[in-house]
Design a binder for this molecule. Structure first.
Ligand SMILES: Cc1cc2nc3c(=O)[nH]c(=O)nc-3n(C[C@H](O)[C@H](O)[C@H](O)COP(=O)(O)OP(=O)(O)OC[C@H]3O[C@@H](n4cnc5c(N)ncnc54)[C@H](O)[C@@H]3O)c2cc1C
Length: 406
């Protein structure tokens, strides 16, 4: 087995994997990045994710990523809660209350694939990074001195790659997590969510901000602006028993959009997809020299837009520790601290924020709805409460707590 001189193997070129590979490359660590998608097709992935919070923008700025993604994203200083029953705005939160806390008092709406594209271009400039595109990890082994990844390469051949550490940035279906037999505790939401991308002027026509959460006892919804020209994404819950083909039909999607905001002509739909969501956190994020980051360690409902953000936070946290170990400045037990810190965030921030958001917009009891709406209004209009609220939603509070966890 190899020693600490062998490269770190990062599996998965999602936001968590590429961020870790970049961090390691910038700290002179040899890195092999393994990704199933090929050079030819990795940009063809389904559009998902896009709300990048101030805490992550700070990290991206330190990595040199922010200046590359900023021109490709939209600045969203505010987010709003709406009551669909009365078609009225309940609360508007403005990130300006964080002006003394961060260089970035706003959210950048920038899709996952644009972030990956930019970071991959940066990685190509580092001679200490080997990109193994079109290559899939099948299995792994480890002993106290190093790790071996068994992969199938682009030519369909099986080969083994030696490393000092192996990190799963493989997403929810992580082979590494499964091969280590780590419990992925949690539950699956019973309903699927329909996401529809449309070209429309929702802000000019109705006064929506670029990020909106819509509370409705019958049909909660989210509305986000993603890009130009006037491209928006709307999410609707679906009935668990409904036929997926019907839910994705033009007629059904148009009906939902017309109920959402009546329009004199049919909406121009550019994309539609059904997805399931889970709330799960791995029992541990480290076993020996194998580690989990991002969705391989924790998955959550996307309502709140914190999944990708927290994955990038995992990667920066882990990157510091791997660099420390490889330089002989830290010892292996620091990886247990990685689990303690990042698992705390997954359970007490990411899971809590996304579960609370879902409850807030999905509540059916009229009395509780009223109380929730009053609380949101009060929080948004009082600057002290608004700052506390956004420090949590932006995951800045989570980083403060992480620093105190030994
Ligand atoms: C509709 C929707 C909207 C969302 N919106 C937001 C948002 O606004 N903000 C936010 O923060 N989060 C959001 N999320 C969540 C976010 O998309 C995920 O948390 C994030 O993509 C996870 O990043 P990751 O790098 O951990 O894994 P992934 O993005 O899943 O990437 C994993 C990569 O690993 C590769 N891979 C997998 N297995 C292997 C293997 N064995 N060998 C080689 N390669 C492998 C895959 O091909 C993929 O490229 C949203 C999710 C959805 C579904």
């Amino acid at each position: 087995m190899p020693s600490n001189n062998a490269p770190v193997i990062v599996v998965g070129a999602g936001p968590a994997g590429v961020s870790l590979a970049l961090y390691l490359a910038q700290h002179d660590v040899d890195t092999v990045l393994i990704e199933t998608f090929t050079e030819a097709n990795y940009l063809d992935q389904a559009p998902r994710t896009g709300s990048i919070h101030p805490s992550t923008l700070e990290m991206f700025a330190d990595l040199g990523v922010y200046e590359r993604i900023a021109p490709r994203g939209l600045v969203a200083p505010t987010f709003q809660f709406w009551d669909r029953e009365t078609d009225s705005m309940i609360a508007e939160f403005d990130h300006a209350v964080l002006k003394d806390d961060t260089r970035f008092p706003f959210v950048l709406q920038c899709e996952r694939i644009k972030v990956i594209d930019e970071v991959m271009q940066m990685l190509r400039g580092y001679p200490n990074v080997t990109l193994r595109m079109g290559t899939t990890l099948e299995a792994m082994a480890q002993d106290s001195a190093g790790v071996t990844a068994i992969v199938v390469n682009e030519a369909g051949e099986r080969e083994s790659i030696k490393g000092s550490f192996i990190v799963s940035g493989e997403g929810a279906r992580s082979v590494i997590r499964k091969s280590l037999d780590i419990d992925f505790e949690g539950y699956k939401y019973p309903d699927q969510v329909l996401t529809v991308s449309v070209v429309h002027d929702f802000d000019k026509e109705h006064g929506y901000s670029y990020r909106n959460y819509l509370s409705d006892p019958e049909q909660w919804s989210n509305l986000f602006k993603w890009g130009q020209p006037e491209r928006w994404r709307v999410h609707f819950p679906t009935n668990i028993d409904d036929d997926p083909e019907l839910l994705l039909s033009d007629e059904y999607c148009q009906k939902q959009l017309q109920r959402f905001l009546p329009n004199s002509k049919p909406y121009e739909i550019v994309y539609r997809k059904l997805y399931s969501s889970h709330q799960r956190v791995a029992a541990t994020f480290n076993v020996g020299r194998a580690l989990l980051v991002g969705d391989s360690a924790h998955v959550n409902s996307p309502i709140g837009g914190v999944g990708m953000n927290s994955g990038v936070h995992d990667s920066v946290n882990l990157g510091e520790k791997l660099v420390g170990i490889l330089r002989g400045e830290m010892d292996m037990p620091v990886l247990d601290r990685y689990t303690r810190q990042r698992r705390h965030v997954a359970v007490n921030h990411v899971k809590t924020i996304t579960e609370r958001n879902k409850k807030l917009i999905n509540e059916r009891d009229p009395e509780i709805r009223k109380r929730n709406h009053e609380m949101l209004h009060r929080s948004a209009t009082d600057p002290t409460l608004a700052r506390e609220y956004i420090l949590r939603t932006s995951l800045m509070k989570s980083l403060e707590e992480v620093a105190a966890i030994q």
